[in-house]
Design a protein around this ligand. Sequence first.
Ligand SMILES: [Ca+2]
Ligand SMILES: [Ca+2]
Length: 227
Amino acid sequence: MKYSVLILVLLSFTPVVGQDGGNWIHSFDMSTFDEKGRGSAEVTVVGSSPSCFSQEITANVVDGVLEFQLFEEDHRLCHLDLRYEPLSIEYQFDEAPRLVQALRVFTDNGRSDGIVVTTRGPYILEELVPHIPGDSDLSRIFDSGDLVNVFRGGEFEDDLVGNSTWFSGDWNGDGEFDSSDFVLAFNAGQFTRSRSRAVSIPEPSMLLSFTFAAIGIVLHAVRGQRR
Ligand SMILES: [Ca+2]
Ligand SMILES: [Ca+2]
């Protein structure tokens, strides 16, 4: 009994080892995105005292790379303390990231407004490419949840120029959500009837409406191309 408890304790301290040695991250969990490009993530850190991490975490997408930055004071004061510190963040982007990585930043005060002393990483957490046309929430599945998302966004053939993003239905990257995006998505043949786990299930009548709307749009677009 004692040994099994010991094994369980040891297993709970086993860190997630990143592709390039990022063994200071114990767990990483990222949500899917909504139609506005909003999402959230939680990173649990190992190997540093809770008092060393300032609870500040930032997230930015630059050139398709989503980078989380975690701020810490001088690690020589903090390392080898195997307690965990979960850090949560909510964010909103207008660009679908292709890569997710984390950077550990040491500053003179352990906060994002401090002077950067040194950094470790970045460490790759997740690759999100190739993007599947239609997969607006980046769940890696194109399904009815994505259709619900983009219709909720209400940008289909609207009057605003260049206002749409991957998350709101612009899957061919021209800044608009229109029938050409549906043609691209359905021609890719990756639509699945199974649902992504992070999207709430809509009422059947609502889902049916969205599906019929999508089919109608695609048929209309295909007829338009034949004329
Ligand atoms: Ca999806
Ligand atoms: Ca488009």
